[in-house]
Design a protein around this ligand. Structure first.
Ligand SMILES: O=C(O)CCC(=O)C(=O)O
Length: 281
């Protein structure tokens, strides 16, 4: 990143932590990256796109923090880690990252879902940092969240019937209060946080602008992955100690850019849609 004066680091206030616990998300934090650094982030993103094969798009850039030091360094940005520590506690690891990019006038949507429904992880103790590479607002398809929905438990997801949806498992209309949705407006370089059980999604980008977000997923060290669903799961301890040692540990990448050949599998991709039901029996 550009050698500028590093902004002073903050910790979350009690009120912000309380807001997250009650509502399942958090916004309104100072920018993590300056405009010059945001320009560098986007240059790095363009470099990563060069590693895609014909027919692939940015959705393929998943867990490439395992193969790209550029992405790994974003995931370990100290200010982000301080905030995550305030939300998850002192012992947690990094395990996933990916891009959600919407080109100008791209009709694709992210259907309403709970991340935890996709992940073979238990218990639920995970947080996503959604880092804006571009401005993200109601005009270009910002993420929308259903406040407090994280406290209602997991709702059964169904295979999507929407052809424009980026996801294949999503919540059915009527299974939650869509009219309470709140858009998460962010300037480039800012981030939001959300709980793994919070209901969220995003509409199409009807604007002339790109909307690019990079998600980084962190979990408490007590969280165990079912390796029979995702055998490639790798953890990177970010803060504290891992007394549980539930999961395999990843290797820090040395190449600045590079693609990951191992394909991580979600519950949906592993075709284990009944995983949550079977687990709760
Ligand atoms: O960026 C989006 O539109 C959706 C992001 C999302 O679903 C997630 O961060 O889990």
């Amino acid at each position: 990143m550009a050698a500028e004066t590093a902004p002073a680091r903050h910790r979350l206030t009690e009120a912000q932590v309380q807001f997250f616990k009650e509502n399942g998300y958090l916004i309104g934090l100072p920018p993590i990256y300056t405009p010059a650094e945001v320009a560098e982030l986007n240059e790095g993103y363009q470099e990563l796109l060069k590693y895609l094969r014909p027919g692939e798009d940015e959705k393929e850039i998943r867990e490439w923090h395992e193969s790209s030091r550029f992405l790994y360094d974003i995931c370990v940005q100290p200010q982000i880690l301080d905030y995550v520590e305030d939300l998850l506690g002192s012992n947690y690891y990094l395990w996933a990252s990916n891009f959600f990019a919407k080109a100008p006038h791209n009709p694709s949507v992210v259907g309403w879902h709970q991340d935890a429904y996709y992940w073979p992880l238990s218990p639920h103790n995970s947080v996503t940092a959604w880092l804006a590479f571009t401005d993200s607002d109601e005009g270009n398809g910002a993420m929308r969240v259903i406040p407090r929905s994280q406290s209602g438990g997991l709702i059964k997801h169904k295979r999507s019937s929407q052809t424009d949806s980026v996801l294949t498992l999503e919540l059915e209309r009527g299974s939650f209060r869509e009219d309470t949705a709140v858009p998460l407006t962010l300037k480039a370089g800012e981030l939001s946080f959300h709980d793994d059980r919070m209901i969220h999604g995003s509409p199409a980008n009807h604007s002339d602008r790109w909307r690019i977000g990079f998600t980084i997923r962190y979990s408490g060290t007590n969280v165990k992955c079912d390796l029979s669903v995702n055998p490639h799961f790798k953890t990177y301890l970010m803060r504290g100690v891992d007394v549980y040692k539930h999961n395999p540990v990843g290797t820090i990448p040395t190449d600045r850019f590079g693609r990951l050949e191992r394909k991580h599998l979600s519950i949906e991709e592993a075709q284990k849609d009944e995983w949550h039901e079977e687990k709760s029996k």
